[in-house]
Design a protein around this ligand. Structure first.
Ligand code: ADP
Ligand code: MP5
Length: 264
């Protein structure tokens, strides 16, 4: 049997299983790849919010990364919650040594409004991490945090993209998931532009959408697709997962990562 393409997520653990490392590994499996993980932080989290989080030391992040890369190797990398300036800088240094395509999801705040990144880390994200990205996937709150650009309608997506591209990612995917109307995202490298439009599903169970989209892009890149192909396939996957999102606990439930796999 040939091994499936290998994909690595560098992100935080979500004990509730809907976002972070858990969303990433489920997505990677659903898309036919072998998922591996470098845990940066452990959150105590459920459908109601983030009750607490604990960062791992930089040394533990470096050791996990070396274990995976030096033996198994990776075809694509995704980064998510990095928590602190120290961890952002550690991960940026590690990524400097790889030529695997890298999807950077600059996670700032959870769906419940709980902070997952120290304010003191924003500058390291701008200057150290974004320049390493093959694709950066900020939502509109992260665009505002990182660039000061506030977008309230589809017309502003291009302005947001330009502001993020100024920090050096090869491509940016601005996610318009927080707007009204269709779920419209804009992918651009500054010359090519792709608008990804999907119907908005009237489903409040959207915990983990951003993590799922970014890891799906990484999985498709690991399979050898181009960035526009990978993003289009990932958008289709996340849209189906949101349509199938389900209630769990008393708050915001997760998207259904297994929607294409069929139930038991
Ligand atoms: N209710 C929805 N229906 C369909 N697509 C959605 C919905 N909410 C978000 N999306 C899509 O999900 C993806 C993740 O976007 P978003 O929810 O903005 O990310 P984040 O989790 O980082 O806040 C984007 O492709 C966005 O357009
Ligand atoms: C560990 C971790 N990483 C990322 C998110 C963001 O996901 P969401 O925006 O859907 O809350 C999260 N809640 N937890």
């Amino acid at each position: 049997m040939t091994a499936p393409p290998r994909v690595l997520t560098v992100a935080g653990s979500d004990s509730g299983g809907g976002a972070g490392i858990q969303a990433d590994l489920k997505t990677m499996l659903a898309l036919g790849t072998h998922g591996m993980s470098v845990v940066t932080a452990v959150t105590a989290q459920n459908s109601l919010g983030v009750q607490g989080f604990w960062e791992l030391p930089g040394e533990a992040v470096r050791a996990q990364y070396r274990s995976v890369v030096d033996d198994i190797g990776v075809r694509a990398v995704k980064t998510g919650m990095l928590a602190s300036a120290e961890l952002v800088e550690t991960v940026a240094e590690l990524l400097a040594g790889t030529d695997a395509p890298t999807v950077v999801d600059p996670v700032g705040v959870s769906k419940h409004g709980d902070s997952l990144l120290a304010a003191s880390a924003l500058d390291s994200v701008r200057t150290k991490l974004l320049p390493r990205a093959t694709v950066a996937t900020p939502n509109l709150d992260e665009v505002a945090q990182l660039t000061g650009v506030h977008v309230e309608s589809e017309d502003g997506l291009r302005r947001a993209a330009d502001a993020v591209l100024a920090y050096g990612p090869r491509w940016v995917l601005i996610k318009g998931g927080h707007l009204r109307g269709d779920a419209v995202d804009l992918l651009t490298d500054g010359s090519e532009e792709h608008v990804l439009r999907a119907p908005r599903h009237d489903n409040r169970h959207t915990h983990g959408t951003g993590c799922t989209l970014a890891s799906a892009i990484a999985a498709q890149l690991a399979k050898g697709q181009s960035v526009p192909e990978a993003v289009a396939a990932a958008k289709e996957y996340v849209t189906g997962a949101i349509a199938a999102g389900f209630a769990l606990g008393g708050g915001i439930g997760p998207v259904d990562h297994g929607w294409r796999l069929g139930g038991a």
